[in-house]
Design a protein around this ligand. Structure first.
Ligand code: F6R
Length: 616
């Protein structure tokens, strides 16, 4: 999604802005731009396409300025052209704005501004916002330009319907940048003789670890020496300085060719981090203090709803199996974008979880707000601790996976599944799960990271299989029970990064329609670990083979007879079926990764996709 970086200090701003934008590249964008203020005016440079195009323009023109705002745009209103790229100027040409989010009433505002003789040079909602703030600035009688600019922002934003994270500069007030947010994240970075604004902390973590995460309706003014946060309607706002707990290296690729591959390999550790300090052998249970619920309150829960989008939703589907089998509490997964517009029946003791890596996905956030509106207790399973969802939930479980930069979610999936296993263990133990069963699950859980390391050692073998099938147009993914969501996840990974059409199905659904597709050119991936439905999966594989469909199987080691029916086999170590998704998903992540690489796809930045979907 769009990214914002702002800087004011003693250094030249443009290298800092360009570096910050590069660190936000993973979020997805299709044009980039910056505005610099040097006391003599504001210079705006914008380019469609990659940040590299903007970098070249900056190198050619060498603009100077120790204050600036910059942006990567993901087109919503108007095509990704130079003129639609941000920053946008107001009617006077002396004010510049960058904006994340969507202004829903931009057409009405634009029509009205036209009656005030405003002329527009782009098709964007952001240019309307720039003109609106400029209009209020020009109308103001305030003499001090800084107060006048803050006042103009405070006057303009209440007229706007929609979401925004913005940064604004005016030629009259070269010593400040003004920022504001509603529904779109914005963070202030505190440095010595310099301050930053960013839509994501990873853009500025190389410069400072002390940050202030702004709240909705905050309006911030940053200068070289300080910052001041006001409420949109006036008055001081609540400010908390936080310390960022990851380094710039955590957000770098290191020796890996892609973030996605790095993050796949991080999974033994990210799962350890998800479990760290949360397992009690003495009581054979999990300790999840973040839920902020007593055992009595948890025991009363009679229904659980899990809401999420995409990969997080697949993790939720695994969670449904886990909670129902370990704790016997009826659980349902509701796709967040559907939940927000449905009227899902609930009970007085329903507990809802929203699951989100970014904590900013707009549909998931809306599902959370809808649940709260209806009085449902709603907790979060979130990676980004500073995110809107983390702040708006009444408690929850952080997954502690560290920054996930690759657009395709990998380590967040396994960490979400790991914490939902902990949740199921805890709920199971306050109901009827025995301490022996609880301890056995703990032993098996603790063994998972090393088993993932063993699977990762097979990367070369998986790469070979990937290269064999890289030319295909389509792929089917089949799994049963707790591995059905893994089939969906495998298909999603394949689609999003390799652009091969793929779909996931419960294996037995084959003969209800999907089998019509089977042919020698269409490989099927079967997730067939050695569990209660293994033999059923073998029958399904045989049905595919009988129709000359190639089969790749993910199977448990020690059962080599699967090689008699499948063309290619990737083995996973033995584990209880409840934990198998933590292992079976790894070969599928690697398979999609290597197929995408073999097809020459941009793995970390797949076309049309954004890391965090903050607009509906
Ligand atoms: C898939 C993917 C998306 C996200 C979805 C939810 O690889 O990345 O499907 O899982 O957009 O995102 P979060 O978890 O940030 O709410």
């Amino acid at each position: 999604m769009c990214g914002i970086v702002g800087y004011i200090g003693k250094r030249q701003a443009s290298p800092i802005l360009l570096d910050g934008l590069r660190r936000l590249e993973y979020r997805g964008y299709d044009s980039a731009g910056l505005a610099l203020s040097n006391g003599r005016g504001i210079e705006v440079l914008r380019r469609a396409g990659r940040i590299e195009n903007l970098r070249k323009l900056v190198a050619e023109t060498n603009p100077r300025g120790e204050a600036g705002i910059s942006h990567t745009r993901w087109a919503t209103h108007g095509a990704p052209t130079d003129s639609n790229a941000h920053p946008h100027r107001d009617q006077s040409g002396r004010l510049a704005v960058v904006h994340n989010g969507v202004i829903e009433n931009y057409q009405q505002l634009r029509d009205w501004l036209k009656t005030e003789d405003h002329k527009f040079s782009s098709e964007t909602d952001t240019e309307v916002l720039a003109h609106l703030i400029g209009y209020h600035y020009d109308q103001s009688e305030e003499q001090d330009p800084v107060q006048r600019l803050v006042g103009a922002v405070q006057a303009a934003l209440p007229r706007v319907k929609g979401t925004y994270g913005i940064a604004v500069m005016h030629e009259d007030a070269p010593s400040v940048i003004v920022g504001a947010r509603l529904g779109s994240p914005l963070v202030v970075g505190l440095g010595a003789d310099e301050h930053f604004l960013a839509s994501d902390v990873s853009a500025i973590v190389a410069h400072t670890k002390d940050v202030v995460y702004l709240n909705d309706y905050d309006v911030v003014t940053i200068t070289r020496d300080g910052f001041d946060v006001k409420h949109l309607e006036g008055g001081e706002a609540r400010v908390t300085v936080s310390r960022v707990d990851f380094t710039e290296d955590d957000a770098e690729k290191g020796d890996f060719p892609h973030y996605m591959l790095k993050e796949i390999h991080e999974q033994p550790n990210s799962i350890r981090n998800a479990m760290r300090g949360r397992l009690s052998r003495d009581e054979a249970t999990a300790i999840l203090g973040g839920l902020q619920m007593t055992p009595q309150e948890l025991r009363q829960v009679d229904r659980i709803i899990l809401s999420a989008c995409g990969t997080a939703c697949h993790a939720g589907m695994v969670g449904e199996y886990l909670i129902e089998s370990l704790a016997r509490i009826p659980t349902e997964v509701e796709i967040a974008s559907e939940f927000r517009y449905r009227n899902v029946p609930t009970t007085k003791d329903t507990l809802q979880f929203v699951i989100s890596q970014s904590g900013e996905t707009i549909d998931t956030l809306a599902a959370l707000r809808e649940a709260k509106r209806k009085g449902i207790k709603c907790l979060g399973i979130v990676n980004n601790v500073a995110s809107t969802i983390a702040r708006e939930t009444d408690g929850g479980i952080y997954i502690h996976a560290g920054p996930e930069i690759g657009v395709a979610a990998t380590k967040s999936f396994t960490s979400q599944v790991a914490v939902m296993t902990l949740l199921s263990l805890l709920l199971g133990r306050i109901h009827h799960l025995s301490s022996t069963d609880g301890l056995e699950l703990i032993d098996e859980l603790e063994a998972i990271p090393d088993k993932i390391t063993d699977i990762l050692k097979q990367a070369a073998h998986i790469k070979q299989i990937a290269e064999k099938y890289a030319h295909v147009d389509g792929m089917l993914f089949m799994g049963r029970l707790i591995n059905y969501p893994v089939a969906l996840e495998g298909a999603l990974k394949m689609k999003e990064i390799s652009y091969i059409y793929a779909s996931g199905h419960p294996s037995a659904e084959l003969k209800h329609g999907v089998i019509a597709l089977v042919k020698p050119e269409l490989p099927s991936v079967f997730i067939a670990p050695h569990d209660a439905v293994f033999e059923k999966n073998i029958s399904n594989i045989e049905e595919v083979k009988a129709r000359k469909g190639p089969v790749i199987a993910v199977a448990t080691e020690g059962h080599p007879h699967i090689e008699k029916v499948a063309d290619d086999v990737i083995y996973i170590p033995r584990c209880p079926s409840a934990l198998s998704p933590l292992l079976t998903v790894i070969p599928l992540q690697l398979l999609s990764y290597y197929i995408a690489v073999a097809r020459g796809c941009d793995v970390d930045k797949p076309r049309n996709l954004a890391k965090s979907v903050t607009v509906e």
